[in-house]
Design a protein around this ligand. Structure first.
Ligand code: SAH
Length: 454
């Protein structure tokens, strides 16, 4: 077997990124855009000793779980790798992904899993889009998303997991770039101006915030304002300055350019202000369900001190604060901490305190220096994909709260951390998957751990 060979293959499994897996001639092949149950013709792209990658050429017999992708760019775009799969099958895949991480990486033999919470309408749910800007093959301005694993831009006019309004905003921005000579930034040379377009929408209020990430000052600011002003939902434009030769999207400085520098969203009765840099859950419908579970697992009576580590703009903290004696939130991003404080104030919540810094440094330091305040009945953690650092897990084990609620966006690091916590005296009580990222292979999980001797 060699590169470019044609193979006929039946897909029997799914990999962690949502790609189909099947066997042919003794090799295991990963075939993107296929679904278990498909029988397909594919071309061998890359071969290793006993596995390889193949590209889908033709579907000979479709799986019963196959769906027609809504987006014409679904295959090329690195975003929605599950669009060829029915939504029911996507949910099953995610449920099994969580279970398999807990079994294989966590060593839990029978994890107490609840049925995954899916979406009623698994499209148009994303409140944030980050479009890279560049050129297409014909030298025209291209705005879209990166193809999987590359930095080549797949132009996407209307992303079906984002709001419909984005299309018109992008159209106007491209025209403005052409007319006012603000060319796309080019990674290879470091030249050009516009690097990314960020659009955020607060679904409950309809407000939209547009941010241009620029490599150098823009020209034609008046015209920019004029064209977006015609869209009443755009309440603010910010400019983020990033002239670093890196892949990091945002630079250090964001300035308000027009209108409001932040938009307002309401989640389950609490008002949040969201600025360009702050982390905010991208799927508001599912986030409410996620937070409901967090509240249920935290089981607060009003007497507890709760620590909410990795608190972002204080979303979970403020829900907890309504039912707790006191909540401390810890967050690395200073802007988000400022937002959190402001959010607490404007919602009249005075029993929440926010600290800026690394959770793995702040919480252990608090235990040493302000032991009374560090003492928690409940600890909530919601770390980024890499999970919790060891010193934080150890500090939590040292504190021995009655309950730990772990919110995770990566089941693999979740399973690793749960093993450490369970070896330290906690019991895995409940596991709830929540589909916050329909059409993509990602999944959120909420877990309840209780102290074993309670
Ligand atoms: N709980 C929040 C945010 C979760 S996302 C919500 O539901 O909206 C994870 C957050 O952790 C991000 O805001 C990120 O800025 C922050 N973060 C990343 N590393 C951190 C660290 N070492 N210590 C504290 N916060 C960190």
């Amino acid at each position: 077997m060699k590169k470019n060979d044609r193979i006929e293959i039946t897909i029997t499994d799914i990999g962690v990124h949502g790609e189909g897996i099947g066997k042919a001639n003794g090799f295991t092949f990963f075939v993107k855009d296929t679904v278990p149950g498909d029988h397909v013709l594919a071309t061998v792209m890359k071969l290793k000793r006993n596995y390889g990658y193949a590209r889908l050429q033709e579907i000979l017999f479709p799986s019963k779980d196959r769906a027609e992708a809504l987006c014409p760019s679904a295959r090329a775009c690195g975003g929605c790798s599950l669009q060829a799969m029915t939504y029911e099958r996507q949910l099953l895949f995610k449920q099994e992904k969580i279970r398999s991480c807990l079994l294989r990486l966590g060593g839990f033999s029978d994890p107490p899993m609840e049925p995954i919470l899916g979406m009623e309408n698994p499209f148009r749910y994303r409140n944030k889009a980050q479009y890279p800007v560049g050129y297409d093959k014909n030298g025209r301005i291209a705005v879209g998303f990166y193809a999987a694993g590359t930095h080549s831009i797949v132009p996407v006019e209307d992303c079906v997991i984002g709001p419909e309004e984005n299309r018109e905003i992008i159209r106007r921005l491209v025209r403005w770039m052409e007319e006012e000579e603000n060319p796309p930034y080019q990674e290879e040379t470091g030249e050009g101006c516009i690097r990314h377009i960020l659009i955020r929408k607060a679904f409950s209020t309809g407000e939209i915030l547009v941010c241009l990430v620029v490599n150098r000052p823009i020209q034609g600011g008046e015209a920019l304002m004029a064209t977006l002003e015609e869209l009443p939902e755009v309440v603010g434009i910010t400019i983020n300055h990033n002239s670093a030769r890196t892949n990091v999207i945002l630079g250090e400085r964001t300035t308000a350019f027009y209108g409001k520098p932040a938009i307002e969203d309401v989640l389950a009765g609490i008002r949040f202000s969201i600025s360009t840099e702050s982390f905010y859950q991208i799927n508001p419908v599912q986030t409410e369900k996620l937070y409901e579970r967090v509240m249920e697992y935290a089981a607060l009576t009003g007497k507890e001190t709760v620590w909410d580590l990795f608190c972002g703009i204080g979303t979970i903290s403020l829900f907890l604060a309504k039912k707790a004696k006191k909540v401390f939130g810890v967050e690395l991003n200073r802007q988000a901490v400022e937002d959190a404080k402001r959010n607490a104030k404007r919602n009249g919540i005075d029993n929440a305190e926010f600290l800026a810094g690394k959770a793995e440094e702040i919480y252990p330091a608090m235990i040493r220096e302000r032991a009374d305040e560090a003492k928690a009945e409940v600890i909530v953690v919601d770390p980024p994909r890499k999970g919790c650092e060891r010193p934080l897990l150890e500090a939590m084990l040292g504190m021995q709260p009655e309950r730990i609620v772990y919110v995770s966006c990566d089941p693999a690091t979740l399973a690793r951390d749960l093993r450490i916590l369970c070896d330290g005296g906690y019991e895995l009580k409940r596991v709830q998957g929540v589909d916050c990222f329909s059409q993509t292979p990602h999944v959120e999980t909420v877990v309840l751990l209780t102290r074993q001797n309670t």
